[in-house]
Ligand binder design. Structure first.
Ligand code: CA
Ligand code: CA
Length: 310
């Protein structure tokens, strides 16, 4: 199990491709059979440690296994470390950032954030991982496998909006009472301390727990149950036809994002609300409809909405 640890020098919401210029990486002189360094034109570097390293005249790895990989930024500060791994040098040394991160995360890994705001896990990332985001308001990108995910302190977000681009095939089913997510690849994640959920572009089902949570179904006909606590439901131009089963008038909030709407709807008076069969139906356009089950006429007011460009 490789341990992949983000370091504080990565900074708030930092990305490895910002810390290191991958386009200018080249093999530094002085490589040995157990250590080699790729350095960029701005002082950033990646150090590979392991066994059996060899290189050709072009500076490409021809043999060896890396067990430790250290990423340093232009100040020489460690921003990401990978330890306890076993990676063929031929497949990772000099690879582009997407390929490298994919290979490093492909197994069963322990992925640890900092007490700053982190972005954890990139791309499909298969393997049954353990992810600990620690403090800060973190973004944890959903991934394949049966993962154990702990958001830690702060308001943490588990995101699946891009899952279908990374090989996911289905909407997610969140049960924050049980602490489980059937993820977009069919795996089951066990979750702790996640406060915000972003779904896929397909139909997702959300069941909130005791706390105050935020739900963004993204596209698809999503079904959202906030549960206890004062919850926030995001709705925007590409949300599709969603249903909130238990909207609590005067307790929960609908965050209506008008940034991408063709017709700007930025106040309660702009809303088209119909009432049918005991439900309130808010129509933004023919494809974008939010149904609030069990909410009857004249219950809703401006206080139940929060309008924002984002
Ligand atoms: Ca963190
Ligand atoms: Ca969805």
């Amino acid at each position: 199990m490789a341990k992949i640890a983000i370091k504080a020098a990565m900074g708030s919401y930092g990305l490895i491709q910002t810390a290191i210029n991958f386009d200018s990486l080249g093999l530094e002189k002085g490589e040995t059979t157990s250590q080699a360094v790729l350095s960029d034109a701005f002082g950033g570097s990646i150090t590979f440690k392991g066994t059996g390293f060899s290189f050709n005249k072009s500076g490409d790895a021809t043999a060896g296994t890396a067990t430790t990989i250290e990423f340093r930024n232009y100040d020489g500060d460690l921003v990401l470390s990978v330890t306890n791994g076993s990676f063929a040098m031929k497949s990772i040394f000099g690879a582009d950032v997407g390929t490298l991160l994919g290979k490093l995360q492909a197994g069963k890994d322990l992925i640890v954030g900092t007490d700053l705001e982190d972005i954890l896990v990139y791309g499909a990332n298969p393997g049954n991982d353990t992810i600990r985001a620690m403090g800060g308001d973190d973004y944890i990108i959903g991934s394949a496998g049966n993962n154990i995910i702990d958001g830690g302190d702060g308001i943490d977000t588990l995101k699946f909006e891009e899952a279908l681009l990374d090989g996911g095939t289905m909407g997610i089913i969140v049960d924050n009472v049980k602490g489980t997510v059937r993820n977009a690849w069919g795996g089951t994640d066990t979750i702790t301390s996640i406060e915000t959920f972003f779904g896929t572009t397909m139909k997702d089902v959300f069941k909130g727990g005791a706390g105050a949570e935020e739900f963004d179904g993204s596209g698809g006909a999503d079904k959202i149950t906030g549960g206890k606590g004062a919850d926030t439901f995001d709705f925007f131009a590409y949300s599709g036809k969603d249903t909130i089963t238990d909207f609590g008038v005067g307790k929960d909030i609908i965050h209506l994002v008008y940034g991408q709407m063709e017709t700007q709807i930025d106040s309660f008076d702009d809303l088209s609300i119909a009432y049918r069969n005991g439900n309130a139906i808010i129509t933004l356009d023919a494809d974008t409809v939010l149904t609030l089950n069990g909410v009857s006429k004249s219950e809703l007011s401006a206080a139940d909405f929060d309008f924002g460009f984002f």
